[in-house]
Write a new protein. Sequence first.
Length: 363
Amino acid sequence: MKEIFKIIGVFMLLLITSCTTEDKVVFVQGAEPSGTTVETTISLKEKAEFNVGAAVKSSLLKTDAQYADAFKANFNQLTAEFEMKMDQLWLSENNYNWEAADYLVNFAQDNNIEVHGHALVWYRTFPDWFKNQSNDSIAFESKVKTYISDVVGRYKGRIKSWDVVNEVFADNGGARNEDIIAPLFNDPTAFYGRCFQYAKDADPDTKLFYNDYSVVIDEGKRESIKNMASRFKAEGFPIDGIGAQFHYGTDTGLTKINDGFTDLASTDLLIHISELDIKINVNKSNDFSLYSGNAQQQSVIYEAIVAMYETLPESQKFGISTWGVSDNYSWLKTEWHPKEFPLLFDADLNKKLAYQGFLNGLN
């Protein structure tokens, strides 16, 4: 995988230097290519030999024709950004709101797009009515089992894969000290394993993933994930893959990403780069703007990550999904800084240099 850095040679006007012990991308003053957008003759989904997806919102697909057209033309996998999470679907114990999720699944089916379900069990999305109940571990798990069975069963054969469990490990790999699962279960890992089994029982053909952030740059977290996957295999719980979110920036060291990715791939599970975006305004500057230099810098990072992914064995390539389609709708606009430009399309749905970088990284 060290060969990913050879791709940088295609940028004859760029200089790669090591500012610290990690690889940083630095540009020669005055040597930036002009412009921040590109025109391409081939789309990501046409060139990639694996699925290329994006997180979307049903409201945007319904109301923004340009957004919907860009998504359909360039991606062949769909993830609901939030509309398939528990607090959106599960209104009360026997009452579900299927409207948005049904729309996304039907939209995908009508446009020959696969759906990746996100996410069945995440501590942050248990609805308040459920958290406020006085459930012991048995009652709690019974209701979660019913929920998983109802949701996965409803979309059996139509949602090809699911993030069954999301973000159970804290930074550095310790058990997350959240306030609902941790206090109830002496062995939360076993509970999570059973959740995978409930999903498999509801749809034996769906692919099942564990999903988390900082997986390739946090050695402790990655080790905990690997240990959990090994335990699942040993105890007969089904798991098909690991989703690594890849919310990184242009200041994240490529060597560190690559080394962690190599280690993650040693699990022999499917690997999904599940929530890819690359921050440019890493210092949260109020005066920041997108220009040719930082747009090209972002493009280099996208290319390196995609080229790294291409080094996986074919049997482990599940897909790469960006967390959004265009910059103006990115979650980072509110959660990081309003002057952020992390995705492949700009606010006007033009393909950015990052799009070309993604294309360049593909075999």
